[in-house]
Design a protein around this ligand. Structure first.
Ligand code: NAP
Length: 306
């Protein structure tokens, strides 16, 4: 048994690798990877089957896209062999954006167009595979936002549009104004944070048949570092299931738990370390039994299902 290695996002041939590499932490703790180190990271990811890379304009205080793009500029592979995902609409207060007096969201057409142009330049590419609206904006004017999104698609700058952290009704609103489907909703879900299993997000995804992308699939690392009761319970449950199926690494079981969901979840992996990534990729060959899955859910919520 093995899960499908790629997931189709639309009917135009756009697919993502089943596990995506998240670039958020590329510049963490003052890291300054050189272009050749980034190019090597891209090659290592591709070797593991991770051909899709998740970005946002804001990552690394507006620095990650450009650092990654410097690597792409000198990389010897073909652009069409990878997929680039990025996001817009969060406006940070930052020396990089002196006009932002308060943290806010901007889903205006003008901002979407300007942000896409900046991302293309930073990433050294002439198209994005997927553009996501990063957070729901209470001032989103659906007609105007849809106009901005359609314009970047029509211009050939973006292949597909998705959202992140949206509720089903926010997705429905945006979709009602677009001539093409919203291809994904990138949401937080993990053995540490299982609320989206029951808040309607995954029902909506199955109903409309889009594959959700999953951020912080290891709880942002708290699976390893957390010291609370839930952390301990979840680690024990993952270990027990791991012992049952002969898998020592709990991160692989945590990813396998996500893959088992019928909504075809696409976990976005946050580590940039090859050996850790390889262990998580091994989850593609682990199909948890129903009762193993529920034992982990019980550890996550602290109670048996009703
Ligand atoms: N749409 C959104 O709003 C949103 C929000 C947050 C994140 N994201 C996306 O989701 C991606 C993943 O998020 P995330 O980084 O929080 O994912 P995560 O996989 O839940 O957490 C990654 C963290 O776990 C640690 N870790 C991984 N394996 C480990 C192991 N075996 N032992 C100990 N520590 C381990 C990593 O440390 P090392 O780095 O040292 O390996 C890293 O600090 C991001 O890169 C970003 O693309 C999106």
């Amino acid at each position: 048994m093995s899960y499908e290695k790629r997931i189709a996002l639309n009917s135009d041939g756009l697919t993502l690798s089943r596990l995506v590499l998240g670039a958020w932490r590329l510049l963490d703790q003052g890291a300054k990877p050189t272009a050749s180190e980034v190019a090597r990271l891209i090659d290592e990811a591709i070797d593991l089957g991770l051909t899709s890379f998740d970005h946002a304009d804001i990552y690394g205080n507006y620095g990650v896209e450009a650092a990654f793009g410097a690597g792409l500029a000198g990389w010897s592979g073909k652009r069409s062999s990878i997929e680039l995902i990025t996001k817009c609409d969060i406006m940070l207060t930052s020396a990089e954006r002196p006009d932002n007096r308060v943290k806010h969201y901007d889903t205006s057409a003008a901002h979407i167009k300007a942000s896409v142009d900046r991302s293309l330049k930073n990433l050294h590419t002439d198209y994005l595979d997927v553009l996501l609206l990063h957070r729901p904006d209470p001032l989103m004017d659906a007609d105007e936002t849809a106009e901005g999104l359609q314009s970047v698609v029509k211009a050939g700058k973006v292949r597909a549009i998705g959202v992140s952290n949206f509720t089903p009704s926010q997705i429905d609103l945006l979709a009602s104004r677009l001539p093409f489907p919203v291809v994904t909703n990138q949401i937080e879900l993990s053995v540490m944070h299982s609320a989206p299993l029951t808040d309607g997000s995954l029902d909506h995804a199955q109903r409309l048949r889009y594959a959700p992308m999953i951020w912080s699939p290891l709880g942002g690392g708290s699976l390893f570092t957390g010291t609370g009761e839930q952390d301990q319970r979840v680690r024990n449950a993952l270990q027990t299931v791991g012992d049952e199926i002969g898998v020592a690494d709990i991160s692989a079981i945590a990813i396998a738990w996500l893959l088992r969901h019928p909504a075809r979840l696409i976990p976005v992996l946050g580590s940039l370390k090859r050996d850790r990534l390889a262990r998580m990729v091994s989850a593609l060959d682990i199909k948890l039994e129903r009762q193993q899955w529920f034992a982990i859910l019980k550890a996550s919520t602290g109670q048996e299902v009703a």
